[in-house]
Design a protein around this ligand. Structure first.
Ligand code: ADP
Ligand code: MG
Length: 245
């Protein structure tokens, strides 16, 4: 099946000083595709995510979203950040704003929605992630799993074309992981284009169209979850899987 590409990286290289962190990265994420990125710590997974919404610049290569190069600055860059939602390991909510305000804020500031319209959409999204009854609380009054679901709702409020998740469940207590993964599984079923860095292999098997395995800044394997987990080709992937499975 040929998929319509949404995110394309071609020959992307990134350095931090002398450190070559992304090496000749070629990656295409089709519309509606869920790509899970795995690999050892330090292999460049977070950097890869951050380059896609231009939290990091690159030294060479091209990145396009919907066929257009990523904008470098100004309003177009702000729009890009809204179009490519990002959810991090740390929830990054505004501590002095309520859950509802957290979800509404960028809708008003970036999307220029009226407050009432933003709040109405926020309530819909909070309902979707199972947190409508927490709308008036402050982040510190919520569990980690609940905070992460607010962060997802906040990103979705921008009506993104794609969502990037960088280890969204790594900071959570085990009993809260599933409530966040369930929201992500639901998003995947609804056809959201997603790039997900995670160690949750159950999620990768059930929801990913492809698994990308990274090591030392390179994409070493890029295959279906079934092929990857049953027949990893590279020694690096075999070694990695033997440690986590
Ligand atoms: P991963 O997410 O796979 O653990 P990262 O993308 O965070 O890997 O990091 C890749 C490499 O880049 C690591 O060696 C890390 O130490 C280094 N690195 C990450 N961020 C920075 C930074 N801001 N400055 C310098 N080096 C960095
Ligand atoms: Mg990382």
């Amino acid at each position: 099946m040929a998929v319509d590409p949404l995110i394309e990286l071609r020959n992307v290289n990134k350095y931090y000083g002398e450190l070559h962190v992304l090496r000749d990265i070629d990656l295409t994420v089709g519309k509606g595709e869920v790509v899970v990125v795995i690999g050892p710590s330090g292999s460049g997974k977070s950097t890869l995510c951050r380059t896609i919404n231009r939290l990091e610049t690159i030294e060479s290569g091209t990145i396009t979203l919907d066929g257009r190069p990523l904008p470098a600055e100004g309003k177009a860059l702000a729009r890009l950040r809204a179009e490519v939602g990002m959810v991090f390991q740390s929830f990054n909510l505004f501590a002095h704003k309520t859950v509802l305000q957290n979800v509404s804020l960028a809708q008003v500031k970036v999307r220029r929605r009226r407050q009432e319209e933003a709040d109405r959409r926020s309530r819909e999204l909070l309902d979707r992630v199972g947190l409508l009854n927490q709308a008036g609380k402050y982040p510190a009054q919520l569990s980690g799993g609940q905070q992460q679901r607010v962060a997802i709702a906040r990103a979705l409020a921008m009506e993104p074309k794609a969502m990037l998740f960088d280890e969204p469940t790594s900071a959570l207590d085990p009993e809260m992981i599933n409530e966040v993964l369930e929201v992500m599984r639901q998003l995947a079923r609804e056809g959201m284009t997603m790039v997900v860095v995670t160690h949750e292999m159950g999620f990768a098997r059930a929801s990913a169209n492809r698994v990308v395995f990274m090591a030392d800044g390179r994409i070493v394997e890029d295959r279906s979850p079934d092929e990857f987990f049953t027949h990893p080709r590279s020694d690096r992937a075999k070694d990695f899987l033997s440690k986590i499975l």
